[in-house]
Unconditional design. Structure first.
Length: 342
């Protein structure tokens, strides 16, 4: 009797798995931000950020308790987490506050100057060396940011500064994340950042709504934390779950594949956002936005290519990065100090 030999199905490489996780995660984050943009017509930004944090905490807390070490609920690094939570809350409240005034592609393009600002801060605060190639790429990227903001244009508004301020706060949070390093797990960092950001957003929202005169165009900044109707709860829960799923997928990507290979795929958020904004709201980015987006993506891809060449690591032995770089994500990918691009 002939025996049939079963051959196991080929397992996709770590690199391919990581890229797939990044791409699916980016789609989820674009969907999350599209939901935020739509829900801002009904709910204030403070409430949406708070609800998203609550949903995430409800998922992460039992997960940490179930998995145990290295994940932990109590940590001596809490001062660093508090600082990151403050930056996260203040920065992304500005990011989402710009949504009613600007297109999703415009806001996202300006925000994605954060990796460039992070590299600059790393040189200033961490003493990292920026070589000629990285300097040139950073200059090109910042030129792209200026073109996207178009401060000399007739349609320029102070609102365009909000996503840029968000990029600055996010870059600062990345510097703190480098200080945390691998002393903390992804789940613990996510729990502390999101939970305390949700608490900090409440006094921030109260202060903004009571100290700044608000008109009809800033209705999304009002102080209104009333209980949502039963019909709205599934939509609000979906907002938190989609963001949570995207976060976990991006975390997984950086844990199974080289961050230097994965990081450039973060920029696919920008074309995804532009396409979805066109389909949902018929938003057509200005030529200046598209030109700036092209320069920002190009400089980011070039830096990623240089990182990949400098790393010289096998895909089978990736280092673990603690998470991702996307709007709303608690922690960026980390690169070992000795492999920083010179």
């Amino acid at each position: 009797m002939a025996m049939l030999s079963a051959h196991p199905a080929p397992v996709p490489s770590r690199a391919l798995q990581g890229i797939l996780c990044v791409e699916i995660g980016m789609l989820l984050f674009v969907g999350q931000d599209a939901m935020m943009k739509s829900l801002l017509a009904i709910y204030p930004v403070w409430m949406l950020i708070f609800v998203r944090s609550v949903v995430t905490v409800l998922v992460l807390t039992p997960l940490i308790l179930w998995l145990g070490g290295p994940h932990r609920l109590l940590t001596p690094l809490w001062p660093l987490h508090m600082a990151r939570a403050f930056l996260f809350a203040s920065g992304f409240s500005m990011f989402y506050a710009a949504f009613p005034f600007m297109g999703l592609a415009e806001v996202s393009t300006i925000f994605f100057s954060a990796p460039l600002i992070t590299a600059l801060f790393a040189a200033l605060f961490l003493g990292e060396t920026i070589g000629l190639h990285r300097t040139a790429a950073l200059v090109v990227g910042f030129v792209g940011v200026l073109i996207a903001m178009n401060p000399a244009g007739e349609n320029f508004s102070w609102v365009a500064i909000l996503p840029f301020f968000c990029a600055v706060t996010y870059a600062l949070s990345q510097i703190i994340a480098r200080r945390i390093g691998e002393r903390e797990s992804t789940l613990t960092v996510g729990l502390y950042t999101l939970s305390f950001a949700g608490l900090m957003i409440l006094p921030m929202g109260w202060a903004v709504s009571h100290l700044i005169p608000l008109g009809p165009e800033t209705h999304h900044l009002r102080w209104d934390m009333s209980v949502a109707s039963a019909d709205a709860l599934p939509q609000l829960a979906l907002l938190g779950l989609v963001g949570m799923a995207g976060y976990m997928l991006l975390s997984r990507a950086y844990q199974i594949a080289n961050a230097s290979l994965i990081a450039p795929f973060d920029y696919t958020y920008l074309p995804f956002a532009a396409v979805l904004a066109y389909l949902l709201w018929d938003e057509r980015p200005a030529l200046s936005t598209l030109a700036g987006m092209t320069l920002i993506i190009g400089s980011g891809l070039y830096l990623g290519w240089r990182e990949l060449r400098a790393a010289r690591r096998s895909d089978d032995t990736p280092y673990t990065a603690e998470a991702i770089f996307v709007p709303g994500s608690p922690l960026p990918a980390q690169v070992p100090e000795d492999e920083a691009l010179k």
